[in-house]
Design a protein around this ligand. Structure first.
Ligand code: GLN
Length: 244
């Protein structure tokens, strides 16, 4: 089997070691004898939506988002939307998550988003939302905890057509007010959690790998269990840091 992975703007959108998510996915595939084929699409580059089953967009500072937002809409929106409609996995973190929505409003300036999900982000007047965070997530397999770290000035509000990824147990989440974190629709996940996210939440990495392979091969494979002692320790530590 092969996991066909596409990193969107890996040079521009990579903050707080979000690239670690990619390393982690690669390792978990390779340890199981699943080939991990990595491709990247940067500024101006187009891609074939049928050629990749897992799209990834990391976080970035406002200036990084400024550099990619319009370019992404112009050169990649149609391919991303077509892949997502056809059940490709997409994971977007923080700055990347914000760009999945309609727009990111920074004062007078409006950065266009992909419009894949019904959400809006506005740069608030108040302080940045920073700290350790734990959320409760149910992706159809019962409630699980996802733990990580958030640091964002933007406040995200979901529209009536969008479902959150989870409920905040401790931390700020989408906007520090409504108790929601992230967005989830089918195989699309957007979240504010760094850490990086996946090494601290190995079950989520496997959920995503399973979905991407299912898109390619038609059935969800039984993923061989791995020795997750280190991953469990990383999760417990991130969770403790948030809930303490
Ligand atoms: N620049 C965005 C914000 O501050 C996203 C930050 C990030 O990706 N950590 O809201």
């Amino acid at each position: 089997m092969e996991l066909r992975f596409l990193a969107l703007y890996p040079e521009q959108m990579n903050i707080y070691a979000d690239r670690g998510n990619v390393v982690f996915l690669r390792r978990r595939c390779e340890w199981r004898g699943i080939e991990f084929s990595y491709a990247a699409a940067g500024p101006g580059e187009r891609f074939d939506p049928d050629a990749h089953d897992f799209l990834y967009l990391g976080g970035g500072q406002d200036r990084d988002q400024r550099a990619v937002a319009a370019d992404m809409v112009a050169s990649k929106r149609d391919a991303i939307a077509s892949a997502v409609e056809d059940d490709a996995v997409i994971l977007a973190v923080c700055g990347g998550y914000q760009l999945l929505g309609h727009s990111y409003q920074l004062g007078e300036e409006r950065l266009p988003g992909l419009g894949l999900v019904d959400l809006e982000t506005t740069r608030g007047e108040g302080s940045r939302l920073i700290g350790n965070i734990a959320i409760e997530v149910d992706l159809g397999e019962g409630p699980r905890t996802v733990a990580g770290f958030e640091n964002h000035g933007g406040r995200t509000h979901l529209g009536p057509g969008a479902e959150p990824l989870g409920r905040v147990l401790k931390g700020h989440g989408n906007n520090g007010e409504d108790g929601f974190e992230g967005v989830h629709r089918g195989n699309l996940i957007g979240t504010y959690l760094h850490g990086p996210l996946l090494p601290k939440n190995a079950w989520l990495a496997d959920w995503l790998i399973g979905r991407a392979l299912e898109r390619r091969y038609g059935t969800r494979p039984e993923l061989a269990p791995l020795d997750d002692e280190m991953e469990q320790a990383a999760h417990d530590s991130a969770r403790r840091a948030a809930l303490a």
